[in-house]
Design a protein around this ligand. Structure first.
Ligand code: PMP
Length: 411
């Protein structure tokens, strides 16, 4: 039994009112709220174990190092990586993707090599590759999505060829909510010996991830979208790629020997983590992972599917509402983007805020995607496991109120 009220009690931020209404937090694709255990853990670290890692021999430093490295092991288990050497702590998905682009792609790509992306990517999975292309002479190719909002695999099949060196795709679109079949796509990509980069920012929070079963070469995600702190994220990479990939930042912690003119790097994973890392963040993320695992990733996924099955058809049925992406709630993973005819999405979001509902409006860092949809902006409601059916009822009532307020349909 999913005891959502008990779960909500773990989240102080969900207890508040906004504009005199109980908060309905439907902006989870942007960032999620944090359970008390994560907040307490960070506080406890700073109160009791705060010291720098990998340096001191004193008790606190050893305790901090142990907690930090245990956090890496927690992440390894969470995504079922083969080794902690393959788990790098970063600032978030954006940093993770930039590291691959700078440290790996810029090193190995040559003029005329091809990088395949899709039209449904977040800017974080577009711009680093544009930079690579500009620096190396590699060429970007884009896979479109179908009318229903799915990756057009036929075009991907046509685009893949011997010149393809990297394919970088999101597992779940942060606008359409559609999921790409990563394991199947990995087989296709690997037939051409290309490297498969997966942006897992919107999938890791919502479903079980097994990087070995997916057989992706790199997998990036952010702690703050899965109950963890901001400023901490993960880059998983297969060891063989991380061995040949260059660090992007240089300084303390990542070196072996430093001479006046040159230096050598220490072993994986530390060769990438220059300077003092986000120790409390990593420990907070591990606490968030333990929290999610206690709830059960399968159970989280099942409950969110139930919420989506309730919300999507009722939203679609409202006159004047256009929902983007698939029609079937099963194909919407956590995210619904929509517009109300004749009302600007920013006005919708502002009016919803007056009703205590937090949603996002804008281009959602996916301008090429919105251009394909021929809309400049959209409203996005995104759910997490602590949302409720009562909130969905109130959200839909709020949408009707927004329509009334803007005199929808009145000439
Ligand atoms: N990719 C996707 C699909 C996302 O939704 C986001 C966050 N909106 C990112 C990448 C970037 O994540 P972050 O801002 O945490 O680096």
């Amino acid at each position: 039994m999913w005891d959502v009220e008990k779960i909500r009690a773990d989240f102080p931020a969900l207890q508040q009112t906004v504009n005199d209404e109980p908060l309905i937090y439907f902006d989870n694709a942007a960032t999620t709220q944090k359970p008390l255990c994560v907040l307490d853990k960070e506080m406890q670290f700073y109160k009791e174990n705060n010291a720098n890692v990998h340096r001191g021999v004193h008790t606190l430093s050893e305790a901090a190092t142990q907690e930090y490295e245990e956090a890496r092991e927690t992440v390894r288990q969470f995504i079922h990586a083969a080794s902690t050497k393959e788990i790098l702590f970063t600032r978030g998905t954006t940093t993770s993707l930039n590291w691959i682009a700078r440290g790996y792609a810029e090193k190995v790509l040559k003029e005329g090599d091809e990088i395949i992306l899709s039209k449904m990517e977040h800017h974080a999975n577009i711009i680093p590759w544009q930079q690579v292309a500009q620096k190396t002479g590699a060429v970007l190719r884009y896979v479109p999505f179908t009318k229903e909002g799915f990756l057009d695999e036929e075009v991907l099949d046509e685009l893949l060829n011997e010149k393809t060196k990297i394919v970088a795709l999101s597992q779940i679109s942060n606008v359409l909510g559609t999921e790409n079949p990563i394991a199947r796509l990995a087989k296709k990509v690997h037939q051409y010996d290309a490297v498969f980069v997966v942006d897992g920012a919107q999938s890791a929070p919502h479903e079980k991830i097994d990087v070995q079963a997916l057989d992706c070469d790199f997998f990036a995600f952010s702690g703050h979208k899965m109950c963890g702190p901001t400023g901490i994220g993960v880059l998983y990479g297969k060891q063989k790629w991380l061995e040949m990939m260059d660090p992007v930042e240089f300084g303390g912690e990542m070196i072996d020997f430093v001479y006046e003119e040159d230096s050598t790097w220490t072993e994986l994973p530390w060769k990438f983590e220059a300077g003092t890392p986000n120790i409390a963040g990593a420990i907070g993320l591990a606490t968030a992972i333990h929290y999610l695992e206690k709830l059960g990733m399968d159970q989280i996924q099942a409950y969110e599917a139930e919420l989506m099955a309730d919300l999507l058809p009722r939203l679609q049925a409202i006159e004047g509402v256009t929902v983007y992406g698939p029609k079937d709630p099963k194909d919407h993973k956590g995210v619904i983007s929509f517009n109300i005819e004749g009302i600007h999405p920013h006005d919708v979001a502002t009016a919803l805020d007056m009703e205590g509902v937090a949603v996002r409006a804008g281009h959602h860092c996916a301008q090429p995607l919105l251009r394909e949809l021929s809309v400049p902006a959209a409203v996005r409601a995104s759910l997490y496991f602590y949302n409720t059916k009562e909130e969905i009822d109130r959200f839909l009532e709020a949408i009707e109120k927004v329509k009334e307020y803007f005199q929808y349909g009145i000439e």
